[in-house]
Design a protein around this ligand. Structure first.
Ligand code: F0G
Length: 479
């Protein structure tokens, strides 16, 4: 039953322009990134399926949790009925997905909530959510028979692509802004054997150049402009909901950078809803870092914080996002001024009735430390979610008894320097505005936990631990 469903999806699916007035359609094996007719973004449009599939799908996905088939072990390919690939497609997988959904007691209290769940996409094979999309994009690259896969990146996409390209035996070239990605991410890409090209400029410059490069047939671009990436990433919606036993949360909150993730989750939720697998949509909200928040600015300008459906759809056709030329944030993963997928993400937020907002560097830093204190941890960009939720609760837009899932996008070890500087109280923004003092650039955290130097004696250690108990050396605040 489901293998025929897979074939149906694969056969009937097409690449379609998202612009309503255009809607041009292209076959799945057509190699293009934007619409040839109007330049609009492309998405995979599913074919129609029979009406009674929801229960079957839920049953099959549940059974697969106990299977040893390589595709069933992957938290992406387990949901292959949702994907535009045939049953016999040779998948390139690192058994991505399967990430935990944690209860976060302290983070909930910090936000003013009864409960908060954290879906930790940083527990993927290369330590970020990118793997769920990359398995699909590199599978497509291999099917197309391309020689070299390429991307521009703030570090995680490149680490992920480098790994999947190595698995598929494809050549890989990545463009990163020199000196602006974390050591850990750079180290990964080098280890996985990619050609790492460091550009003078920021991520947006890398994105511009890589798109020019991809006009050359020998390079296949797998940034989230590639609709197959989005397909893989959307399965996170299914995995999360299955973990929740198909009880739809009131809110799902994600960080926003290039806006591929929010676009993908939105698509995932909407498709599950259309298939009847879930009976309502969660509100999908996006949180950006204040210094790199063109999407939040767009919504603030249009007073779209509580986007209404019809209004939103009309509104989308008539506005354009104003890029930020020099984005600034220590959350380097989301230091992006001109997000590619803003239209798809707008649609997702408006369709689901979510919010878009930005938070300060201080809010991000403290939220990250709180997530750490739950024993979970994440990289700075991921912590925008908890900081954003705290704001939304304070503003009365999220109620304390609502059900919330925040998506953590990267592992805590992705940016160890940031964590160490925070806890040592040596975290400074890179803001070089003339006249701005070092003191003004200092991020004074509320939960610093600096390491202590102790004499190499038992008594030295006991004394230090006693001081810590008294709270003298530790600003963390216990409960
Ligand atoms: N969180 C992390 C850890 C990321 O690496 C990114 C994006 C985001 C959030 C934002 O997701 O772009 O889909 O809105 N990183 C990209 C990269 C840009 O190149 O690794 P988005």
């Amino acid at each position: 039953m489901t293998s025929s469903l897979i074939e149906n999806v694969a056969l009937q699916a097409a690449q379609r322009c998202i612009e309503r007035e255009c809607g041009a359609s292209y076959s799945l094996d057509d190699r293009l990134y934007v619409c040839r007719r109007c330049g609009g973004l492309l998405e995979i449009a599913r074919g129609s399926e029979s009406a009674d599939t929801a229960e079957t799908l839920r049953g099959v996905w549940q059974q697969r949790l106990a299977s040893n088939d390589v595709r069933d072990r992957s938290g992406v390919w387990r949901y292959r009925e949702l994907l535009p690939f045939g049953e016999d497609a040779r998948v390139v997988s690192l058994m991505e997905g399967n990430t935990p959904l944690y209860d976060a007691r302290r983070a909930a209290r910090y936000c003013g909530l009864d409960n908060l769940k954290l879906k930790h996409q940083g527990c993927n094979p290369t330590g970020s959510f990118k793997d769920t999309g990359m398995t699909a994009a590199v599978t497509q690259a291999a099917l197309l028979g391309v020689e070299t896969v390429v991307c521009a990146s703030t570090g995680n996409t490149s680490a992920s692509l480098a790994a999947y390209a190595a698995r598929a035996d494809l050549k890989c070239a990545i463009l990163v802004p020199r000196g602006q990605i974390s050591h850990a991410k750079l180290a990964q890409s080098l280890d996985y054997g990619a050609a790492v090209l460091e550009l003078e400029g920021n991520f947006d410059d890398c994105m511009r150049v890589i798109r020019e490069l991809a006009e050359d047939e020998s390079f296949y671009l797998v940034n989230s402009i590639n609709p197959f990436r989005i397909e893989g990433q959307k399965t996170v919606a299914a995995e999360m909901l299955q973990q929740l036993e198909w009880n739809v949360p009131d809110h799902v909150v994600v960080p926003g950078g290039n806006l591929g993730n929010s676009s993908a989750l939105g698509k995932g939720f909407v498709e599950l809803y259309e298939l009847g697998v879930i009976d309502r949509l969660p509100k999908l909200s996006v949180v950006q870092a204040g210094g790199a928040a063109p999407f939040a600015q767009l919504f603030a300008d249009r007073q779209m914080l509580t986007g209404k459906d019809a209004e939103g759809v009309n509104w989308l056709g008539s506005v354009s996002l104003i890029a930020i030329e020099h984005p600034q944030t220590l959350a380097s993963a989301i230091k992006i001024g001109s997000p590619i997928s803003w239209k798809k993400a707008s649609r997702a937020v408006v369709e689901t009735g979510g919010f878009v907002l930005s938070v300060s560097e201080n809010e991000i830093a403290d939220a990250k430390a709180v997530i750490g204190r739950d024993g979970i941890g994440c990289e700075p960009a991921s912590a925008t979610t908890v900081a954003g939720i705290k704001r939304l609760v304070a503003d009365g837009l999220i109620k304390s008894d609502e059900t919330i899932v925040a998506v953590l996008t990267g592992h805590v070890l992705k940016d160890a320097d940031y964590a160490i500087n925070y806890h040592r109280d040596t975290l400074f923004t890179h803001d070089r505005t003339p006249g701005k003092s070092k003191e003004e650039r200092h991020i004074a955290g509320l939960f610093g936990n600096p390491p202590a130097r102790v004499k190499a004696t038992k008594q030295g250690i006991l004394d230090q631990l006693a001081r810590r108990e008294e709270g003298k050396d530790y600003a963390g605040g216990d409960d």
